[in-house]
Design a protein around this ligand. Structure first.
Ligand code: SAH
Ligand code: SF4
Ligand code: F3S
Length: 468
């Protein structure tokens, strides 16, 4: 029996640590810099922080300037074609950096290069890339780097079919008050449109004791907002040698004393349980925010997507969530233009949007992914139809979001300050418990603190407020 919580062997971990020391000694006394460019989801951001953690141990400090770097790592995403194009074009831009500084090492990691055809493409068409490695081989990064620095050949490492968990790499977190905490890796769901199970491998769960230890450290270090990550957190702990499901994990973590909010993503509707909702509702420390991706409001499309639930079951779950947490912020993901999606199917999706009234919807045009069943399906939808459906969906959702936010006008919110707003001069940006953006005036020293704000103006995607 292959348990889903198997970790790499002690020898493998020791090998990694030895390579970390080796890189440090190869680079002795040089102040080296690493530039990491991460695309994609939170899970990829968390991986980028693990790469940064290993790099720090190897003597590299972070820079945000690729031209100044001695090592560039592009951490890629493959979820849609656009993401891959972007990653490839960015890799292309670093050619000149290598030309100006031949000692520069360029590595590409992440979901895109976990696919053989993309790793091959990098090998053939991007000769200045030194090595690539997949998401489940992050711990091989020091080895690949050490070998290359010693003049070894270019290497293109593809993921293993049964990847294991590598513990013992402390991430270098980008923020001192909000943190990603991976509780599991991979995905076993094989939704018919999705590349993730192919590039991130089979599902595996970290030991709850290791998670709890990391969590306690975060809380002690003053982290205010901690998001547990997994492609489908509801299957946490399945087929493991420990006994702890996701609801139980949440219960254990939220019993840790402290002034913080705990969140998680993503929850798959097919196995979102009442027990999970009950635990959320019962703890002040768990944010009342639920991301529950619907993908489509048509049962026949859901079936073709291999999602494993019906619209009726989905609406029941939403009903239970709202019953237990009336103030919950509810968000979703929608794909428009899935193969075979008729006008009536699409209307059914709009209908669910009108019924559920999400606070926010992340909507995507279906993008065929090489190797997935949906890419082979007949009746692919023409681009202009997909575009037109996306616009209609955005129009409807913008109106709903506007109305939902207007309900918050005049309310008092405790927001976590994220520092100065990038797009609004002189304003601070904060997030409510439901993760909504609030702009307000104040001193930048408030970054990382909770601030009480009264909402004075609302828009579909942003609200304004005043400190009180
Ligand atoms: N594990 C998460 C989602 C990961 S991908 C979940 O199951 O909800 C994030 C979102 O990207 C998905 O929810 C889906 O809406 C979208 N997505 C995934 N594959 C896609 C594709 N081929 N084309 C368009 N959107 C896609
Ligand atoms: Fe992709 Fe489905 Fe897995 Fe989410 S649950 S990562 S959409 S296969
Ligand atoms: Fe995330 Fe993109 Fe990979 S969405 S899991 S980085 S394909």
């Amino acid at each position: 029996m292959n348990y889903r919580n198997r970790v790499i062997s002690a020898e493998e971990a020791a090998r990694r640590d030895a390579y970390i020391s080796r890189v440090r000694s190869i680079n002795s006394n040089k102040a080296l810099k690493i530039f990491i460019n991460t695309f994609g989801c939170q899970q990829n951001e968390a991986d980028g922080e693990s790469v940064a953690g290993m790099a720090a141990l190897m003597g590299y400090s972070l820079t945000d300037c690729p031209e100044c770097a001695d090592l560039i790592v592009v951490n890629t995403c493959a979820v849609r074609e656009h993401a891959e194009k972007k990653a490839l074009s960015v890799v292309g831009q670093y050619k000149h950096c290598k030309k100006n500084k031949p000692s520069l090492v360029i590595a590409v990691c992440g979901c895109m290069v976990s696919q053989k055809h993309r790793a091959d493409e990098i090998k053939m068409k991007y000769p200045y890339v030194d090595f690539t490695f997949g998401t489940s081989e992050l711990y091989k990064f020091p080895e690949l780097l050490a070998k290359r620095l010693k003049g070894g050949r270019r290497d293109f490492l593809l993921p293993n079919d049964e990847p294991l968990i590598a513990e013992g790499i402390a991430p270098a977190r980008a923020s001192s008050y909000r943190a990603w905490l991976s509780v599991m890796y991979g995905c076993n769901n094989f939704c018919s449109y999705c590349i993730v199970p192919y590039v991130r491998g089979r599902e595996r769960s970290r030991d709850p004791r290791v998670i709890e230890e990391e969590f306690r450290t975060l809380v002690n270090d003053g982290y205010r907002d901690i998001t547990l990550l997994g492609q489908n957190v509801n299957s946490y702990g399945q087929k493991c040698t420990f006994e702890c499901n996701f609801a139980e994990l949440l219960r254990r973590l939220s019993s840790v004393e402290g002034d913080y909010k705990l969140r998680f993503m993503t929850s798959h509707p097919k196995d979102a349980t009442c027990e999970l909702v009950d635990v959320m509702a019962s703890s002040e420390r768990i944010a009342k925010q639920f991301h529950l991706p619907l993908q489509s409001g048509s049962n026949s499309v859901l079936k073709a997507m291999n999602r494993g639930y019906t619209v009726e079951k989905y609406l029941d779950t939403v009903g239970y969530i709202r019953e237990k947490m009336p103030d919950v912020t509810l968000t979703s993901d929608i794909i428009v233009g899935f193969p075979g999606e008729s006008e009536a199917d699409f209307e059914a999706t709009l209908d669910v949007l009108r019924r559920v009234r999400y606070d926010m919807v992340y909507s995507f045009i279906y993008s065929p992914r090489t190797g997935t069943p949906a890419a082979q399906m007949a009746d692919q939808i023409p681009e202009e139809v997909k575009g037109e459906r996306l616009r209609r969906l955005l129009d409807l959702q913008t109106q709903i979001a506007e109305e939902k936010n207007a309900e918050l006008l005049g309310t008092e919110q405790r927001v976590l300050c994220y520092g100065t707003s990038k797009n609004n001069d002189g304003m601070l940006e904060g997030r409510t418990e439901g993760n909504k953006i609030v702009l307000f005036k104040g001193d930048s020293s408030l970054e990382g603190e909770y601030v009480n704000v009264k909402i004075t103006e609302t828009h579909p995607f942003v609200m304004y407020g005043e400190k009180y």
